[in-house]
Design a protein around this ligand. Structure first.
Ligand code: KG4
Ligand code: ZN
Length: 345
């Protein structure tokens, strides 16, 4: 069984092909980073136009890489939400056109379900249902019990910013370009994580919700102490930036660990074991945070399952795989499925 997956919900144009034997036959990802950089964030109109310009070519290249044609496919999957709706339309309309013209099943995939199921492609039997999922990306921050394809129980989520957003905003305040997450991780390596005393929002509270806006405000105050109100962040020394990045990352790590501990307790109560814990979404590319989560799962006698870094950030493989899992269960969609800008799991 082979499925083509299309991802266009944010600033990556991606097309990939996977098969039922867990093989990635093609994985094309084109990032629009340079196009959005001057604006300090993703501009929806630019994103949609850029997806239009490049998607057809990427699909063609994916088929070439897999050495197959459209007629060798068993299904066409596309992210149908949540996301920037102009981009989602481009992907969905393209997928529908291929599905209609080749008489293939169409699969409308929830982007979050793509992130949620990736570990089942890469980790195989270790990621049997049920598992605990920490989904941490630029737009999402949630803890979920994944019980089956299409069966997700939300244990907690952010009450304000997503964690990736907190990384990106912190970076922006320090004068670093978008997306700041990977840069913060990079410069934190040279920093002293104990120099700045930053809050750990909601740590120790019951439940497993997240909050990052207070942490962001605390970072802003530290920056003002260094460069003055309205000061130029370029006047921060490399050491100040590294120490602040490291202190910020440590605070985020402490919060994630605290919230995951609670989620593991809730998961254990329901399923009799605390994990495994699957980490997914762009922030899961952060190796320092992964190491902390690994310590936690080791302590709790369970496993951390983390897909390779390139499958944590947005890609077409995760959409193709989620589509394949749905196709196997007969969960196909009709061609009048309307894209959804908001679509909780
Ligand atoms: O999943 P993703 O590619 O797109 C969304 O669905 O949001 O996640 C992108 C987010 C951005 O906020 C980016 O800064 C963050 O993931 N990110 C990281 C790292 N790599 C990407 N955050 C922290 N450390 C990283 N290494
Ligand atoms: Zn994503």
């Amino acid at each position: 069984m082979k499925v083509l997956g299309i991802e266009t919900s944010c600033d990556e144009t991606a097309a990939a092909i996977v098969d039922g034997d867990h093989t990635i036959l093609a994985n094309k990802v084109l990032t629009q980073l340079e196009e959005h950089k001057p604006y300090g964030g993703v501009v929806p109109e630019i994103a949609a136009r850029s997806h239009m310009d490049h998607l057809d070519r990427l699909i063609r290249e994916a088929l070439d890489d897999a050495k197959i044609g459209f007629d060798d496919l068993d299904g066409i999957a596309a992210t149908a939400g949540p996301g920037l709706i102009g981009g989602v339309f481009v992907g969905v309309m393209t997928a529908k056109a291929i599905a209609a013209s080749r008489k293939l099943p169409f699969l409308a995939v929830n982007h979050l379900e793509g992130h949620a199921l990736t570990a089942r492609l890469t980790e195989g039997a270790a990621a049997e249902f049920p598992y605990l999922l920490l989904l941490v990306s630029g737009g999402h921050c949630q803890l979920l019990a994944v019980e089956d394809v299409g069966c997700y129980t939300r244990l907690g989520g952010t009450i304000d910013d997503a964690v990736g957003e907190a990384f990106d905003k912190t970076a922006k305040m320090m004068g670093l370009p978008y997306p700041g997450g990977p840069l913060i991780e990079q410069i934190a390596k040279q920093g002293n994580e104990d120099r700045f005393d930053l809050p750990r929002p909601l740590k120790g509270r019951s439940g497993c919700d997240f909050s990052f806006s207070g942490l962001k405000t605390a970072v802003r105050k530290k920056i003002i102490e260094i460069i003055g109100e309205g000061g130029n962040p370029d006047h921060m020394s490399a050491l100040d930036k590294a120490d602040l990045a490291a202190s910020f990352q440590k605070a985020v790590g402490d919060v994630l660990i605290d919230r995951c501990k609670r989620a593991m307790d809730m998961f254990e109560e329901k399923f009799g074991r605390p994990g495994p814990l699957v980490v997914a979404g762009g922030v899961a590319a952060n190796l320092t945070l992964r190491a902390k989560l690994k310590e936690l799962t080791d302590t709790r006698g369970t496993k951390l399952l983390a897909p390779p870094v390139n499958l944590c950030t947005d890609n077409g493989v995760m959409i193709a795989w989620a589509g394949l899992e749905r196709l196997r269960l007969g969960l196909t969609d009709s061609l009048d499925f309307a894209p959804r800008p908001r679509w909780p799991l």
